[in-house]
Design a protein around this ligand. Sequence first.
Ligand SMILES: *Cc1c(COP(=O)(O)O)cnc(C)c1O
Length: 336
Amino acid sequence: MKLTHFPRIRITHGPTPLEFMPRLTEALGGPNLYIKRDDCTGLGTGGNKTRKLEFLMADAAQQGADTIITQGATQSNHARQTVAIAAKMGMKCEILLEDRTGSTLAEYKQSGNVFLDHLYGARVQEVPGGTDMNAAMAKLADELRAKGQKPYVIPGGGSNALGALGYVVCALELVDQFTTQGLDVSCLVHATGSAGTQAGLVAGFEGTRSQIPVLGIGVRAAKEAQETNVYNLAVKTAELLGVPGAVSRASVMANCDYVGGGYGVPTPGMVEAVTMLARLEGILLDPVYSGKGMAGLIDLCRKGHFKKGQNIVFLHTGGAVALYGYMQTFKDLQPN
Ligand SMILES: *Cc1c(COP(=O)(O)O)cnc(C)c1O
């Protein structure tokens, strides 16, 4: 795989830790549960978009861009990480935030990631739910070009083949950690949304024939659509890496039973998962992605989907800053 072929800026504090979760493992009584701490990638409170942005922002710099345009939901972690890196690189940043949840709570619309977008210096525009976000970004790019700026457009979630390379890097990092720690891993589980994380992991594991199964827990689309999105992007990523044909359709697995009422809409399972990880391991998940991903893992453990003695790794993709946009959801917390 030709990973070193692509310009890359080094931002991630890595390798991120791979840790055992003894108290969660004991509480569930099933497989041994580990966590890969990609919530600890460093810049701007961290998260999975940072690895993708190492490649995307290097490409932007190489093309002479002075302004980054990207988009996401109101509490987008991707937008927040993009603005932070743009700030570090001395670039302007334009963020389009789509109202995907319809929440009118001030905390949701102003706190958490939205507050940080402003603090890092972005120009933020809100757009209604259902807007064609790619068209909106293209239009904004045209307007900026007319004013003499040099915009670079990053798709939602940083999920194109170039961005997915960040998770090919993570796949190699994980294989190295599993080897060093002598850990035989039965499955890597994580929250999947715009597909770049899972596509990169699958391309990395398949491209190196590492035989580590990946299970994405969906947060938005239905299973068929999610798997198709991940597969198509994984195929493109493998082509970009010079290993065409490395990814089989069977290696792309998503479980979309934990979405609940929709993207960004809280579920009881998410609240339980966020609370359990906080109280058993001192780890902060997020309400939109890793909380629902962990809700899926907890439920699958309870249903006996994984066997006792198996080693299961949860990839923590970050996002805990969004908790401040969801404090109302946790208003009934009782002490232990
Ligand atoms: C974006 C995001 C994901 C999903 O990653 P994709 O590459 O978009 O599938 C998961 N967790 C968090 C916290 C995220 O911000």
